[in-house]
Design a protein around this ligand. Structure first.
Ligand code: 5RP
Length: 222
């Protein structure tokens, strides 16, 4: 199976976690896009969705799915999203699509985080994928120095030769070369650096369920 076929398979499996007549939180990225396309097939059975990025909101609306502002929502049973890396314990690196802050905010409102990923994302230890950190633009140099002091090599993410700006108007530093033995502790350490908006480590609140696409079928880790 191709990687896209594995992503589509986990997106289809995730539909079983969508609660009818409720609001669903929707992530960002290519796997989340497959999920949105599946969700569209049952859109009349859900109340609405909350999006973790402008791109996701647009795709949901294109399918005729109502998108609510998170400020109008007090609870949602489930948030469904992809990951760049995930451990068997459910700790993740996210932010390859630069949506980490909104993803973490929407996930924080949900009762359950269901991660959908092809099998290549499962790792024993996080850190091979460069760790995204969203920063306030005026702080990118000082935060770079502080991240490098932690043992990584932070690089400003560029798009068309210029710093990429997130949906929140911030910049992304991708930290290479970290071996993340204690993701919960590192998440707290990096979030405490002044100028950091969010680190793309989802460990304090990780995935409750991971649907992993493999050649043998979709495996459920929980
Ligand atoms: C976006 C994310 C994505 O979930 C992550 O990058 C995985 O993307 P994909 O499903 O395209 O592999 O965190 O910020």
């Amino acid at each position: 199976m191709t990687q896209d076929e594995l992503k589509r398979a986990v997106a289809q499996a995730a539909i079983a976690y969508v609660v009818e007549n409720e609001i669903v939180g929707v992530g960002t990225g290519s796997t989340a896009n497959f999920f949105i396309d599946e969700l569209a097939k049952m859109k009349h059975k859900i109340k609405a969705a909350v999006a973790s990025s402008e791109a996701t909101a647009q795709r949901l609306r294109d399918h005729g799915i109502t998108v609510l502002d998170l400020n109008e929502v007090t609870s949602m049973p489930v948030y469904i999203d992809g990951a760049d890396e995930i451990t068997p314990q459910g700790a993740m690196i996210k932010g390859g699509g630069a949506a980490l802050t909104r993803e973490k905010i929407v996930a924080s409102v949900a009762d359950k985080f269901v991660c959908i990923a092809d099998g290549s994302k499962l790792v024993d230890q996080l850190g091979k994928f460069p760790l995204p950190v969203e920063v306030i633009p005026m702080s990118h140099a000082v935060v770079t120095r502080k991240l490098n002091a932690l043992g990584g090599e932070a690089r400003l993410r560029l798009k068309d030769g210029k710093p990429l700006l997130t949906d929140n108007g911030n910049m992304i530093l991708d930290v290479h070369g970290l071996q993340i033995a204690d993701p919960v502790a590192l998440e707290a350490t990096i979030n405490n650096i002044v100028g950091v908006v969010t680190v793309g480590l989802f460990a304090q609140q990780g995935a409750n369920v991971c649907l992993l696409g493999t050649a043998e079928g979709v495996k459920t880790l929980q």
